[in-house]
Every structure is written in C-alpha cells, then in structure tokens.
Design a binder for this molecule. Sequence first.
Ligand SMILES: C[S@@+](CC[C@H](N)C(=O)[O-])C[C@H]1O[C@@H](n2cnc3c(N)ncnc32)[C@H](O)[C@@H]1O
Length: 319
Amino acid sequence: MGSPDDTGGLGRVGQRCLRYPVTCLSWEKLPQLLWRPYEPHPRQTRFADGHEPDPKIGGGTGLAGLIWHSDVEFSLSGTNFYASSFNTEGVRSTPERFYLAKPRRMIEGYVDLIEAHAPQTIVELGIFQGGSTAFLTHLARPEKLVALDLRPTRVEALDLFLEEHDARGSVRAHYGVDQSDTERVRQIVDHEFGQGCQLDLVIDDASHDLEPTRHSFNTLFPRLRPGGLYLIEDWSWGHFRFSRNRSGPSMAKLIMELLLSLPYCEAMIEELTVDRFWAVACRGQMKVDADEFNISECSSDRGRQLLRATDKDRDDSTN
Ligand SMILES: C[S@@+](CC[C@H](N)C(=O)[O-])C[C@H]1O[C@@H](n2cnc3c(N)ncnc32)[C@H](O)[C@@H]1O
C-alpha cells in the first residue's frame, strides 16, 4: 500500500523517520502544493501531559545548542538559519542569517549523525547559498570541511561568516567545480587534506543527477576511512508521484548499485542505510583501488542483470 501522501510520507532511518518534500533541483519552482505541514521529530513530540518539549536539540550532547524558533527558523551558535526545501520566502543568505535548503527533519537527522560520528574531515558537494556549509561549520566544528559547487560565483555571506568565525583555514569553499570532474575534485581533496588523507564524511547534495553523482562516488568513496560515511541526499526525487512524467537517468540506479555491492564486494560497504530521502553508505575495511574504482562494476552478473536498463533508460508509461 502506498503512503497516504505523495511527498511527505514516512521513511525510516533506524529509529528515525524523515518527512519532507524533495530538497533539490528546482525547489524554487515546484508548486507550493507539494508542501506538507511539518510533523515533529519523535523526540520533539509533546509529552504525555501535553507540555512542549525543550526546543533545544543537541544542547546536552556536547554539540552547540540548536534552538528552533519555528519549524523553519533556528539558531545555532549565534547564527540564524532559515531552513526549508522550498524557499517560498525568497530568503537570501547573509552572514547573520543563512538560507539552508533542507527541512527540519533532515537537519535533525544531521544533528543525530554528527553527534553519533563526530566527523572531523568532511567534503560537501553543493554549497548553493552557503547555509549547509555554515551549519556544518557550527555543528561539526570540523578540523577541515571542504565544500564544492558548480556555480562560479563565491557566496559572499559564507566568506564573511568564515572570516568572522576565524574559520577560513578550516572551512574551504571551492566554486566553479563540477562534481563529475574527477581530476579536479581529486586535486582539491589532495591539496586540502593532504595526499592519502582519509575522510570521515562526504555529503553529496549537488546535481542530484545519476552520472555526476556516480562520478563523485567513484572519486570520493575510496577516500573515506573505514567507518567513514558517504551520504547521498535526495536520491529518490525522480520517483515521487509528482515526478511521474520524468524520464531519463535516475539516481535510484546508483542506490541499487550500492545495495547490490553488499553481497558481492564483502566489506567494501559495511552498511547501507536508505530511506525515502537519503542514503548513507558506511565504508568497510576492504581495500579499494582509488584509480580504478567503479561502483557499477561491484555487483555480480546477476545483480547487473537486474540493472540492465541503461543509464539512458526511458519509461514510456505515464504512471
Ligand atoms: C540543493 S543545492 C545545495 C544546497 C545546500 N547543500 C544546502 O543544503 O543549503 C545544489 C547545489 O549543487 C550545485 N550543483 C549542481 N550541479 C552540480 C555539479 N555538477 N557539480 C557541483 N555542484 C553542482 C548547484 O549549483 C547548487 O548550488
């Protein structure tokens, strides 16, 4: 049975449920109709006697306290954020108030993830208005965070924010970089982290297209340390009911490749956690040749048979 709604149904990550419309690609253009009211995170629900929970999350955990002022506004370490998949208010980032293209559910998911894994070396693909980079700067307090975006123009608000927080050395934003450009991405990662450095976390919130996303995975997954995480946001965006007329390459294929690698390449991906909105692959102990690595070749013949549809597949049905 399908979920009662198209965009906001519940998906599970362990104990966590996410509920939000797709965060990527033309979120500004998608009709507001798609928006569903926020459903509280399980730990943010009311108590049995009806009183409201403490709006702080992460406060007692060693993470800087994050305080929600409304379902789309929060502050963290003195910086304000407007957080929504659909920027219906047309908010532009300033050093005091960033636009973060994620819904509250996902932000709470990041708080859980950062709290659990405390990543210190992070690559983020997809800067947009700098909200997620500023958010991660405060939340993770990383030793090094390198963010990349295809757009050539620097995000001034982010530069000023990093200056103000004395983080220009530890948080580095690179613009005009295509996530598909293996050589360039490698060069930046080697330069910023040092050759052979192993990453704790990679977040891909960039093109949300199959080929560039796969290119980045092939480039950066081998750079993770064992136990490091590779997070792909919004893999499912082309499969919501509102996307039913969409055709062409689907990021879901990459997620299936990750899944089918589990039995075939033992200990390459130690664990894969997928919900409707993001997929998190935890790197196993298996050695991987960074120059040769191709996730499309990491499943059995039988697995590949399942994925025989070409990357250029087109579904002619309209359902
Ligand atoms: C969904 S937005 C990122 C949102 C941001 N991470 C946040 O949460 O606020 C996607 C970004 O990816 C960038 N992008 C799109 N295609 C890309 C590519 N091939 N390589 C690198 N960046 C790309 C876009 O320019 C855009 O800024």
